[in-house]
Ligand binder design. Structure first.
Ligand code: ARG
Ligand code: ZN
Length: 836
């Protein structure tokens, strides 16, 4: 039975304080909980619990035998005292057997937790819902050298450690870590003078790969003070890196737990992209301290309240640290790749879903990335000053609360006077709006007529218009002649500008709304925007649109080739921007665009056409590719930020093009590489050309001791194997001694790297790719439902393809669905996908 937003009721009982004592044992950890309950809305006491063994329970010191059921326990109202009472219980859990990686589990011999969204109920009986906020005191007993929990240290001795977190928090922010860990330490002084100890905990030997994470943390702390006026609120901030983790990272109060891939980096072991990922995830989790922890969510339907806002904040941070236009292009690429894809298929759902069966299935691109876009639009609509005022009011009004999307919008209304009634539809309506544009120039008046329409999504056949902020500019022969923002809030509306000559319009600048703009304009307009738009995003977008014309409609690529090469050779432009302009849309993006036209997708043709266009670009560039590559050399010590990553990106893009014409081109770069960015690019190109054997062996021998690098070794083979034999390649790799499929990162590197990274291989017309993925999904589901369910998303596009492939995918979906003991997580995902 689904949980519904409309069924929300406030908690019957609230919690003031929680005292937890853990007696650690890998197979039989005993958890004693002492919980001070105070009356809330009143009623029975229901405590969530899962995979727990209840050893004893008492209320105000009197033993009781509560009524146990599958998802928890109940004590009837008549058996409860009238006022506040103290509940004490002991439960036993088995961290070693916990392969779901939710609750308390073991990773590499160390104890760690993941409680969001509903993992705390696997630790002890508790009202495991975010609107129950309490002050936690934790005692950990065990033989582990390091034993950590949230908040500040409150004492320790031989075999024990105590922690106290003064800030009331929901149970999903609880964390415990224990094991043989080493720390890297630093400190930060907040602007009001609080000295905060910073500690990053890693396995012995990894201490020298924490510097970038630490630096990112300090920059995040400073940035949040300067830009949002938010200061840190404890004496200690800790980060722990773990290898077995379902997600990227987790913002537990004062004790963030990270997938080690978002902490550990050195020039030899991490790519420029990895460094950027670390910077943004460290920032994201740190920013949650205010947007998520101090102000949390009333219930899980409000998830985007913290995630959309925190993604928006981390995007702003990265834009400030690096190049703003480049960051925007990267974010839009990501949005289209994951969220537009999701929104166009059976898993489409609103930013605030109205119901769910398993909440873990809603940690999606829609809740995160589209959620961030909604906040970007709000800022566009009310202006930067209005946004700042609204955010100040949000922190002032809701600090310490579990809030809702309504609260969030009300703050904007109260602070800025805007009526956001219609804007709320953005949170409730799934699907990507299409905006059609017609232009007319007459008697010095340029008229742009916009029409919006959102296609139906599952459960939502009819859509109402949403307010769409469209940033625009008009380009005359001598440069920009007018610019502004037009908010399209009706089904159709027009913008009229007086200009002497017909201009080249540049619309949806900076991608000011998450919509699909259907606007080609007059012939030559896109080439003109690619050559001279003053908005960098739209300049890039014009090139992208020309490339898609060729790849989707088979148009003549000449305009794209000329315009792109001009950008590539323009030394006044940022190298990263030039590299982005030279990039081709991914096979999946091309497939989405073809499906958008109503045709069925042939994955082999998509791949062949894309390679064909890449080759044309290589031929058109000729010797300039090698020259540009040489000009982009970055001698001297490696730097993960500044100009160097962009230069490497452009140089490596050139190498990719050179390899189209000479498959031996990556050999010397592979041998000579002094950093992982260059090394991995060359390796991928060698594998792509079927010449990777020796390089793969060398790479493996060099890095087999580092899990994060071995993940890359798997992923590169899964993604670059020739499509006609990719299934055989990945099947053989599942037999490799390093294929620890129970570790999510390794599983995702190989199985996800194939299904997501090698579309033509996955969609092989005999169905072997589908079978391979379904087999592994079924296998993983028994151990780790959350990660298995997430993998089902590779089938969400099944309706795009020809009948043969659709039938084959449908058969695999049906086989998964009829598996005995399928998890609730995967059952929900497969059910929604099949309903399409
Ligand atoms: N709140 C975490 C973050 O965004 C992610 C938690 C993922 N949990 C899950 N159940 N999928 O930083
Ligand atoms: Zn988050």
């Amino acid at each position: 039975v689904p949980t519904r937003l409309q069924d929300y009721t406030p908690p019957a009982w609230l919690v003031e304080t929680v005292h937890l004592t853990f007696r650690l044992d890998p197979e039989a950890t005993v958890v004693r909980s002492e919980i001070r309950f105070v009356p809330g809305a009143g009623g029975d006491l229901h405590l969530d619990g899962q995979a727990l063994r209840l050893l004893s329970a008492s209320i105000n010191g009197e033993a009781i035998r509560p009524d146990l059921h599958e998802c928890g326990l109940t004590v009837l109202e008549e058996q409860l005292p009238d006022g506040p009472f103290t509940w004490v219980a002991e439960t036993r859990i088995n961290p070693q057997a916990n392969t779901a990686l939710e609750g308390l589990y073991m990773s590499n011999g160390m104890y760690c937790t993941q409680c969001e969204a509903e993992g705390f109920r696997r630790i002890t009986y508790f009202p495991d819902r975010p609107d129950v906020m309490a002050v936690y005191t934790v005692r950990i007993e065990g033989a582990e050298p390091v034993m950590l929990s949230n908040g500040n240290p409150a004492g320790s001795g031989e075999g024990w450690a105590e922690w106290h977190d003064p800030w009331p928090k929901p149970s999903y922010l609880f964390a415990l870590v224990a094991g043989d860990l080493r720390s890297v330490e630093d400190s930060f002084t907040t602007r009001s003078g609080r000295d905060v100890d910073l500690r990053i905990w890693v396995r012995d030997g990894d201490q020298d790969r924490c510097a970038y994470a630490m630096d990112s943390l300090k920059r995040s702390m400073k940035w949040d003070e300067e830009v949002y006026g938010r200061e840190y609120d404890l004496d200690l901030f800790q980060i722990v890196a773990v290898d077995d983790f379902n997600a990227g990272a987790m913002e537990n109060k004062g004790l963030n737990i990270f997938n080690s891939k978002y902490v550990l980096a050195s020039p030899e072991t991490a790519t420029d992209g990895d460094f950027e990922g670390i910077e943004s995830v460290i920032a994201h989790e740190y920013f949650h301290n205010w947007t998520g922890n101090r102000i949390t969510c009333r219930d899980w339907f409000q998830l985007s309240l913290k995630e959309g806002l925190t993604v928006f904040r981390d995007q702003q941070f990265s834009a400030d640290m690096r190049s703003e236009p480049v960051k925007r292009i990267d974010d839009v690429l990501r949005l289209r790749a994951a969220q537009f894809r999701e929104d166009a298929g059976p898993l489409a759902h609103p930013v605030r879903p109205a119901e769910y069966i398993e909440i873990n299935n809603f940690y999606t691109a829609t809740v995160y990335e589209k959620g961030a876009e909604l906040i970007r639009m709000l800022r566009e609509i009310v202006g930067a000053e209005g946004y700042a005022k609204a955010l100040d009011l949000y922190f002032e009004r809701h600090d310490g609360e579990a809030a809702t999307i309504e609260d969030w919008l009300k703050v904007f209304e109260d602070a800025t006077g805007h009526d956001l009634t219609q804007f709320k539809r953005w949170y409730e309506q799934a699907g990507t709006p299409r905006v059609h544009v017609a232009e007319q120039f007459e008697d010095g008046r340029f008229t742009l007529t916009f029409r919006q329409e959102t296609p139906p999504t599952p459960g939502q056949p009819e859509k109402a218009p949403v307010p769409i902020p469209i940033r625009w500019g008009l380009l005359g022969a001598q440069g920009e002649v007018a610019a502004g923002t037009f908010v399209l809030d009706k089904a159709q509306d027009s913008l009229i500008v007086e200009v002497p000559e017909r201009p080249v319009p540049s619309l949806l600048r900076g991608f000011s709304a998450p919509v699909i703009l259907m606007h080609e304009g007059a012939p030559g307009d896109r080439a003109a925007r690619l050559a001279r738009d003053t908005d960098p995003f739209n300049r890039w977008e014009a090139g992208r649109s020309l490339a898609l014309d060729t790849l989707v409609q088979g148009a003549d690529p000449q305009d794209w080739l000329d315009g792109t090469i001009a950008v590539a050779m323009d030394e006044t432009l940022d190298p990263t921007f030039r590299a982005l302009a030279l990039g081709l849309p991914s096979e999946d993006e091309i497939a989405r665009q073809i499906a958008e036209t109503g045709r069925s997708v042939d994955p082999d043709a998509v791949r062949a056409d894309r390679i064909g266009l890449d080759r044309k670009l290589a031929e058109a560039l000729g010797p300039r590719a090698a020259e540009l590559r040489a000009a982009m050399a970055t001698p001297g010590p490696y730097s993960p930020d500044g100009d160097a990553p962009g230069k490497r990106e452009l140089a490596n893009r050139m190498l990719g093009l050179m390899t189209r014409l000479d498959p031996t081109a990556p050999e010397a770069p592979f041998a000579d590489a002094t950093n992982m960015t260059d090394r991995l690019t060359a390796l991928a190109l060698l594998v792509r050309e079927g010449r990777g054997e020796a390089a793969l062996a060398e790479f493996h021998a060099q890095w087999q001791h580092l899990p994060g690098v071995v993940d890359k070794w798997f992923a590169v083979q899964a993604g670059q194997a020739a499509p006609d034999r990719a299934v055989e390649v990945v099947t053989a790799l599942t037999e490799h001694p390093d294929f620890n499929w129970k570790t999510p990162n390794r599983f995702r590197a190989l199985v996800g790297g194939f299904a997501g990274g090698n579309p033509a291989g996955f969609h092989r017309v005999d169905g072997a790719g589908y079978r391979f993925v379904a087999d592994w999904l079924i296998r993983l589901d028994k151990l780790n439902p959350m990660t298995a369910a997430r993998l089902s998303g590779v089938f969400e596009t099944w309706r795009r393809y020809d009948d043969t492939r659709q039938d084959l995918m449908e058969a695999e979906l049906e086989r998964i669905a009829s598996t005995d003991g399928l998890s609730r997580d995967t059952a929900e995902m497969i059910g929604r996908i099949r309903a399409a």
